[in-house]
Design a protein around this ligand. Structure first.
Ligand code: ZN
Length: 295
């Protein structure tokens, strides 16, 4: 999936935290950023002496500071800009779809460890959404793991699928879908599996809709994805199926009763269900309304 070079991807709310320098795009001045960096250093014992400045401003060690990400061309080249472009495009798509129900989540990129409204997080937990602070947390090193540990082909659309899946959890939160679910239980037809497969479906809807969603100047954010790009995303969805992970990374035994996200086939299927070009990404994704057999 490729962003249109001249698409306007500016938008606030994306920040980078953790071992790399925090960039306070849209979050306030340098002073606040410095405090956050020091707090993280204390919580995790990360040596940040090299990045906490003695005078007011915070130096930027990343390739492109997020607040310099402005165009689709930058998003195609630079991973942080791609994450910001994903956020801007997801906002536009979901605001279009949900109208005034939609509220924007924050997107925090981190490397190593960070503190969150849901407690301290390390890279071990993978990408996640915290409803307490309505923030999507992406450890960007996970993208390398998708390839090296989970055996996915990777690629930009696979990265965007991960962000769009977590955005799906935000949509579930603000529309009340998450209310009253029993998310401690696991199993092939559990609420957890239904919730995760729905997030995959919502990610697929965005992929279908994003090339029809435009920036303020009428330029679509994304070019329609190629077949190869879609298969990259499907491949990433399948790579993180419970059965695949258990058989290749766990004990080798597949135990459906412990499933929390669904099988590779189910994740592939529900992403595809959302990615229906006929409806331009306007589907129901009703994983809670189908029987266990249909899931
Ligand atoms: Zn999820």
């Amino acid at each position: 999936m490729t962003f249109n070079d001249d698409a306007d991807i500016r938008g606030g709310r994306v920040s980078r935290r953790g071992r790399n320098v925090a960039i306070g795009a849209g979050l306030g001045g340098g002073g606040i950023v410095v405090v956050a960096v020091v707090l993280i250093a204390q919580l995790f014992g990360v040596d940040l002496s090299g990045v906490v400045p003695t005078t007011g401003s915070v130096p930027d060690s990343s390739a492109t500071a997020l607040n310099q990400c402005a165009t689709g061309a930058q998003a195609n080249d630079d991973m942080d800009c791609r994450m910001q472009a994903a956020a801007t495009s997801l906002d536009a798509y979901w605001a279009d779809t949900l109208g005034s129900t939609y509220t924007q989540p924050q997107l925090a990129l981190f490397d190593g460890a960070t503190s969150t409204g849901c407690g301290a997080a390390t890279a071990d937990v993978g990408p996640f959404y915290c409803p307490n602070d309505e923030t999507v947390y992406i450890d960007t090193a996970f993208y390398d793991e998708l390839r090296s540990r989970f055996g996915a082909s990777g690629g930009p659309l696979a990265q965007l699928y991960v962000v769009a899946h977590e955005w799906g959890h935000h949509i579930q939160n603000i529309t009340g879908i998450t209310d009253g679910l029993d998310l401690r239980a696991s199993g092939p037809t559990s609420d957890s599996v239904r919730l995760e497969l729905q997030a995959d479906c919502l990610a697929g809807s965005w992929v279908a809709g994003a090339s029809h969603t435009t920036d303020e100047h009428g330029t679509p954010f994304l070019k329609p994805p190629t077949t190869a790009q879609v298969s990259d995303a499907l491949n990433a969805a399948a790579a993180v199926g419970d059965d695949r992970i258990q058989s290749t990374l766990g004990s080798g035994q597949v135990d459906p009763e412990s499933f929390t996200h669904g099988t590779s086939a189910q994740r592939d299927r529900w992403f595809s269900e959302g990615y229906d070009e006929q409806t331009g990404g306007r589907v129901q994704c009703d994983t809670f309304g189908v029987s266990g057999r249909e899931l």
